[in-house]
Design a protein around this ligand. Structure first.
Ligand SMILES: [Zn+2]
Ligand SMILES: [Zn+2]
Length: 181
């Protein structure tokens, strides 16, 4: 016992983080290199979290808004992009949509038919941590945003569509391919 090394992490040991780590040593589902993980833990002073009724999710404004209101709904746990979502994750996606709608209502957006919500389909995401884009009013989106967050485009999967797509994953692939070719 006397010779046992009690603290391998003492001194200036380089970061033990492995690439794409899902559960880091400091907490479950936390990747210290991921900006959304840090935001969820309020470790990014520049990003203010919005009131969010879900314990598992956080919501904050997009740093590059594509519409007058542009928020991101993000699970606190590090989950990769929407491509890895499975049927079991349907309730998570639904929860994210609910939070998105609530946040818009808090911002006095009442016309929920003029709203765009969705995920970027890999490789069209800049951050590898699952996030739902919530944009409103969709009719006031700029030209570029309309392109980036285009309804039913193969790079932007709208949330309703996503719920369906989780259930019919193989169909999605066909659809994506058809649109790419
Ligand atoms: Zn993360
Ligand atoms: Zn995105």
């Amino acid at each position: 016992m006397a010779g046992e090394q009690s603290s391998p992490a003492s001194g200036s040991t380089p970061s033990p983080t492995v690439e794409g780590a899902v559960a880091g040593p400091s907490g479950e589902g936390y990747d210290p290199k991921c900006v959304f993980c840090r935001i969820a833990r309020q470790e990014e002073p520049g990003t203010q979290l919005l009131p969010c009724e879900s314990e598992d999710l956080v919501c904050f404004p997009d740093i590059r808004p594509g519409a007058p209101h542009h928020y991101l709904v993000v699970p606190k746990r590090h989950i990769g992009n929407c491509k890895i979502l499975k049927k079991e994750d349907t309730s998570l996606v639904e929860k994210m949509i609910t939070v998105g709608k609530t946040v818009l209502q808090q911002k006095n957006i009442t016309n929920l038919s003029d709203v765009r919500m969705g995920f970027h389909w890999p490789p069209f995401c800049s951050i590898g941590h699952l996030h739902l884009h919530v944009l409103a009013p969709a009719s006031q989106m700029g030209f570029l945003s309309r392109l980036i967050y285009r309804h039913n485009s193969y790079w932007f999967i709208t949330a309703d569509q996503r719920v369906v797509l989780i259930l019919a994953h193989s169909k999605l692939k066909t659809w994506v391919l058809r649109n790419l070719l």
